[in-house]
Design a protein around this ligand. Sequence first.
Ligand code: HEM
Length: 489
Amino acid sequence: MLTECFIGFLVIALTKWIYDRLTRKRCTVPGPYGLPLIGNIHQIGKSPFPLLEKWRKTYGDVYKINLAMSDVVVVHGEAIYEVLVTKGDDYAGRPPSERFRLINDYQDILSRSADAQLKDYRKIAHQGLRQYGTGFDRIEQISMDEIQDCVERFDRDDSFDPYEDMYLTVANIALIMLMGERFDKNDDMFKLTLKVDRDAVRVFGIDCAYMDILPWTINIPHESGRLLKEGLVNVNTLKELCFDKTKKTFDGDNIRGVFDAIFKEQERRKNTDQPLSDAAFKGISVNLILAAILTTSTALKSMIAYLLDYPDIQEKLHNEIDDAIGERIPTLDDRKRTPYMEAFILESLRYMSHIPFAIPHETMVDVTLKGYFIPKGTQVWTNLFSLHHDERYFPDPWTFKPDRFLDDAGELIPTDQRKLLMPFGAGRRVCVGEQMARVRIFLFMTTMLQRYEFLPEKPGCLPKYDPRDSILGAPMKMKDYKIRVKKRD
Ligand code: HEM
């Protein structure tokens, strides 16, 4: 059976290769040679950063690798700004992905190529998030209740791993904003959400990536195939649960969260020439759940780690909070009065760059980048990780320095001077939840630092937070660590 599958694959692959050679306009971007059929797949391991950097030095900011006969153009440096922003429309596609096709047949935001439908889905998600997520009074109230709970849980004398508590806080805030409901830790819906969210690191990480290129491998019994299949079943159950729960309990006069807002829009559009399908509702809602929890809790995990290694930075943050906020509950308005905290958050997002390649893009038309021709339909990776550690734009990139985002007066430098910092992507496909993430991070870090001093588990026992040691995934996973906390007077 395996031999037949393999021969079948070889025949299909060879035919595709010959067909491509004969019919396709050629991508003129240079790049490393790979092996026949598999290209450079065998070289892209679980920690590809040093290799990608080596290739950048050899071929320049734009080079091409080959993944099983498909060209992937990898972009670095300032050219990323051109791809995402200046010529963002030309690169706004998403490459086909078997994993996403199986999840929702591209009826969602994350995996859909740029078209009128995507524009509509993004608009619907934005409207919902603005009204019921980042709408200021609501987000403050929801976040603060949950964060205060976490503050209480941190109040202990022993050393502990802070991640689980932060993760639960972020998950609860997200679910309240999205579904309008706080879930108990033992609720089935909550447990399933966490399972899907955690599995997503592997299902959408490097472990299962080859199944996009070789979809037939999903059905060969092996660990990653089993993981993907199980992940798909769970995502589907979650989608159905979100939809059924919203539909059954919907009350047009009492919109409880983002999903209600999307459902209301779906109802409004019934019998119009622009209906919103059930599949789209499910796709958008599962995107928001998946993207909202792990990304933000990973960011918080890295931020606490930096505080342990840089007590001087922690002290500056304490002083700023004491001066600008004192003992009252922090509000979002305080962001204006706490530039050092804002700079700390920006520097953390730069240093960790935990969504290292954004999400793969695809050219919508034939394009020319840095003088090279790239045909329509070519996959493009924006190497944000490399950009954020590029000496040309962020001097001394492996030193953690919030001050790089402050001017001489201690104020945040203007946005146009930090436009190459793009942890949320930029332009046409910029992260839909950027504001929601920034708001939660600000309120969490400010409240925690107002109350506590964070200390390493034992003197000198510091977390390993260098992102080059993290496990590649979306988001990258940093090693676990323990902390102690000391209440501030
Ligand atoms: C620290 C937290 C977060 C980071 C660093 C982050 C980063 C990113 C990045 C780099 C992209 C890809 C942009 C591209 O393809 O060029 C993205 C896309 C996306 N993010 Fe986030 N994100 C975060 C939190 C969130 C939250 C809280 C939500 C939802 C509530 C969210 C929803 C999305 C969605 C739906 C997309 C797909 C956009 C599209 O394909 O058009 N993200 N995010």
